[in-house]
Design a binder for this molecule. Structure first.
Ligand SMILES: CC(C)(COP(=O)(O)OP(=O)(O)OC[C@H]1O[C@@H](n2cnc3c(N)ncnc32)[C@H](O)[C@@H]1OP(=O)(O)O)[C@@H](O)C(=O)NCCC(=O)NCCS
Length: 186
């Protein structure tokens, strides 16, 4: 059954974050031909892949921020972890107002690639990018796989909010995009 609530999680961006990145996993990921790259916004291919694979507003959201992407040598997208995205969601507002808190997410890995550690790697790289910008904590909004974040980066649950907020925010974004003509040109 789908829960009526969603959760926000918080993670400390301290020096221990680096020790969570396994050099062996990093090496193995590169050795199996995964290309890791960081960028601002998304390419047209990435946008289409995000829409096809994850739906919702993620392609619009990621296009407003930064992300670490994983692809293969043929350019097929395998995963991503975004940060500093700018869509205005009510469950992020009070955290955005705190200067030491960076905003993490969304993130996702192609179903065929899950379970190989790629999600862990991308998550930690995006959190490290926030740490290098000077943030001391990161907010992971509207989670999702809570135990994944607990295990990978030591994130902890900080609050719950009604799932209905997600649908309301989605509808508001769609209506605004339609009104400004952005929806047609996505
Ligand atoms: C969540 C997700 C990114 C994980 O990616 P992944 O590449 O499979 O993750 P990893 O292989 O690095 O897994 C790391 C650990 O987390 C665990 N884990 C993976 N997915 C999990 C999930 N959905 N829930 C709980 N634990 C999970 C793994 O079992 C693994 O544990 P182990 O080291 O003890 O074996 C991927 O399942 C996904 O894209 N899901 C759909 C989109 C999504 O929910 N994104 C998060 C939005 S908040």
């Amino acid at each position: 059954m789908i829960s009526a609530t969603m959760i926000n999680m918080l993670v400390d961006l301290d020096a221990s974050l680096w020790s969570r990145v396994s050099p062996k996993l990093y090496r193995a990921t590169l050795d199996r031909g995964v290309v890791l790259s960081e960028r601002q916004g998304v390419t047209a291919t990435q946008r289409a892949w995000l829409r096809r694979s994850f739906g919702g507003l993620w392609s619009d959201e990621v296009s407003t921020g930064y992300a670490w992407f994983a692809s293969d040598w043929d350019g097929n997208e395998l995963g991503f972890a975004a940060y500093d995205c700018r869509l205005d969601f009510p469950w992020l507002r009070r955290w955005r107002a705190q200067p030491d808190v960076g905003i993490f997410g969304p993130m996702g890995v192609a179903p065929s690639e899950r379970g190989n550690g790629l999600g862990s790697l991308l998550c930690l790289m995006a959190l490290q990018a926030l740490a290098s910008q000077g943030y001391r904590r990161a907010l992971i909004g509207a989670v999702g796989p809570e135990s994944f974040y607990e295990k990978v980066c030591g994130a902890r649950r900080v609050e719950e909010f009604p799932r209905a907020q997600i649908f309301e925010a989605g509808l508001r974004h769609v209506l605004q995009s339609v009104a400004t003509g952005k929806w047609r040109n996505r």
